[in-house]
Design a protein around this ligand. Structure first.
Ligand code: TXA
Ligand code: MG
Length: 340
């Protein structure tokens, strides 16, 4: 890929400047790529109706062509550009959680280019709540296809600096709106069949969803082990920092001391006050509230990567719905690299 100039534009996350949004919208309309903050993580956007533009997302990220991309819309009527069916469950979930960090998988509109859906029969759609994302989709006047703005398999970005570290020279523009709000990717629910299924846990929990539509099918450990993955993004290895990461039950003090005694530089994510790091470990005290933890997690992992630690040891958060998405991402970040 020949390097291109990546322009960074500072933008207010609460009251985005219209002329800056117009500049970014012009890039989208011309078939370019713009990274922008959302209430989850930074997205890498292109005109969802322009197959060549969406193709550039795959090239910039090194994303496998069969991994479909979420389409972002600014109002409910745009759903019809993306999907052909709007079932009752979708209607109720959208009424409750849109705009917000919920993605719905629906039967695809044939007019949506196949490249967006990885050649599959369904399309994922979400209406973001972040003022910059909303303003950009509105000004572009088209739905915007946007995966997380990172190289494939790597950590999602929660700041413009993270985007630039991965994608400078490969994308046209970054709208720098500071820290993305939620810090963890959206919840993905498949409502294209009569029994709604959880494809990716996120900030909106299964309990929240079941409160609106009743029983939700959840992926079983057995299904995942057998390789019957419902969604390409649910592959075991994903969301990973450079340094090998391991999750431990309990604080992990013994493991940290062992690594330090081998001369390794260790980043250590713990809850408890008073845990003493063996040797030179960088100790990061994590919030005990799951939402605060989610906001902080990728930031901390990016910082440890930038600091060049050799190992990351994480005290595994408790079980239960509130921690489901965090445990999911930590587990995937910890899966050993295969053949790389
Ligand atoms: O919070 C988010 O969802 C962020 C922001 C930018 O909106 N986006 C994001 O996109 O995390 P990405 O591409 O990194 O993850 C999208 C996930 C992947 O696991 C993908 O496989 C799944 O959604 N997905 C997309 N379209 C799908 C479809 N039609 N059927 C099943 N899974 C789908
Ligand atoms: Mg991603």
């Amino acid at each position: 890929m020949r390097p291109i100039e990546t322009v960074t534009i500072a933008i207010s996350p609460t009251a985005p400047e219209p002329e800056r949004i117009a500049q970014a919208a012009a890039v989208i309309q011309a078939g370019g790529l713009v990274a922008f903050p959302t209430e989850t993580v930074y997205g890498l956007g292109a005109n969802a109706l322009d197959a060549a533009a969406v193709g550039r997302i795959f090239a910039a990220k090194g994303r496998p062509a069969n991994n479909p991309i979420i389409v972002h819309i600014a109002n409910t009527s745009q759903v019809h550009d993306v999907a052909v069916d709007w079932p009752d469950a979708a209607q109720r979930l959208a009424a409750m959680f849109w705009p917000g960090p919920l993605t719905l998988v629906l039967a695809k509109n044939p007019r949506l280019p196949d490249v967006v859906t990885g050649g599959g029969p369904t399309a994922a759609v979400r209406m973001p709540a972040h003022p910059v994302a909303v303003a950009l989709v509105r000004a572009a006047g088209v739905p915007i296809a946007a995966p997380s703005a990172n190289r494939s398999e790597r950590l999602s970005p929660t700041r413009a600096e993270h985007v630039l570290r991965d994608l400078r020279g490969r994308i046209d523009m970054v709208l720098d709106g500071g820290h993305s709000q939620g810090g963890l990717e959206s919840t993905v629910i498949d409502v294209s069949s009569p029994r709604p299924r959880l494809l990716r846990p996120g900030l909106i929990t299964p309990i929240d969803i079941e409160g609106v539509i009743g029983n939700l099918e959840r992926p079983t450990r057995e299904g995942a082990a057998a390789g019957s993955l419902p969604s390409p993004g649910m592959l075991p290895r994903h969301y990973a920092p450079r340094a090998p990461l391991e999750c431990v039950a309990g604080s992990g003090c013994g493991r940290v001391e062992q690594y330090c005694s081998q001369g390794l530089r260790v980043g250590w994510l713990v809850f408890a006050e008073g845990e003493k790091a063996g040797g030179s470990a960088s100790v990061v005290r994590m919030p005990v509230d799951p939402l605060a933890y989610a906001t902080r997690l990728y930031d901390v992992l990016h910082e440890l990567d930038a600091a060049g630690v050799d190992r990351i040891v994480v005290e595994l958060p408790p079980e239960g719905d509130a921690w489901l998405a965090i445990r999911d991402r930590l587990t995937r970040a910890a899966t050993p690299r295969t053949g790389r």
